[in-house]
Ligand binder design. Sequence first.
Ligand SMILES: Cc1ncc(COP(=O)(O)O)c(C=O)c1O
Length: 390
Amino acid sequence: MLTERLQKELEQTYAKGLRRTVDGLRFKTAVRAEDENGKEYLVFASNNYLGLTHAPEVQRAAAEAVRWGTGSTGSRLTTGAAFETGELEKELAEFKHTESAVVFNTGYMTNLGVLFALVKPGDVVFSDELNHASIIDGCRIARAQVVVYKHNDMQGLERLLEEIPAAGERFIVTDGVFSMDGDIANLPELVRLKEKYGACLMVDDAHGVGVIGADGSGTAAYYNMPGTIDLQVGTLSKALAAEGGYVAASKTIIEYLINKSRPFIFSTALPACVTAAALAALRLLRQKPEQYVGRLKENAALMRRLLHDEGFEIIDGVTPIVPVLTGSSEKTMRFMAALLEAGIMVSGIRPPTVPEGTSRLRVTVTAAHTEAEIKQAAKTMGKIWRELNA
Ligand SMILES: Cc1ncc(COP(=O)(O)O)c(C=O)c1O
């Protein structure tokens, strides 16, 4: 019986301390939220890197565009082609220094839609082992050979490129900033390899945009290598404070996706108010990159230093994703619960999101946090961790 089978599987999952639940949460500011019981939290768990969800300019843009309807009521190819979405695509392409860009409904659907449409049988996809689940799922449905290389191991990737022949195209696919480890892909080496082996390079900058590069445009800007990435995927749901995903690439690739990518074709488009919000956020970022990206960088460095001083084991890096290694799933979740009790919200990350034995608290900092808030969080984390380990 299906119900019994599902129940048994759930019980096995729960027995491993891996139960997941969803609870209501309302953000009163970019960094402060309350739950359904009215308990308040200082949040270090969101991907709202620039805090723009609550910027007056962004909220105003969304509110004004609501007059064009709360829903788009059709796919982009029928009735869902809001003017705001087209403008956003134009500005995303400029920002990413590509000929063109197209918006999908989520970052997840973008990865699925791009890989499903572009990768054909006979092609080979080389994928970093720590790539986001949406890349992994996109590879799964692409009906091509997928070769997983060790995380950021460029020598290993080169060996695989040498050894594994492809009847068709080769794709190298990677996160720009890795979502759970917060480290950055080695673009100079990836570009060398893609050129040497004639591969197409796809970089997912979901956590790169607004975060790295002097102008906040992501991995290519961080390495000062504009024009070297064939497919720049991203999301509107993190630094750009809205919902949706996009890919920026050549005119031909974008036109192909519009004509062939099933997740693009067969899903109702985002409404104007959502893409208007993303457009307003993108414009703020482009107008004042040093204000937003610079502040975020300072806040990330402060949190990393303070957590290090509290004695935590942190995965090194420069981004606002600060992974604090905590051991078992069970201990991680106890730590997270105690922090919640103390009014600090961070995410406990367990398998299967990260490999077995690498459970962690994923602490994320935003440009909207104050120095005092960062100090308060780090101090509370240190105190509670020592109590748990006493
Ligand atoms: C690297 C990466 N790609 C894609 C996504 C999916 O984006 P979205 O949340 O917009 O679906 C995420 C996270 O959500 C991510 O971390």
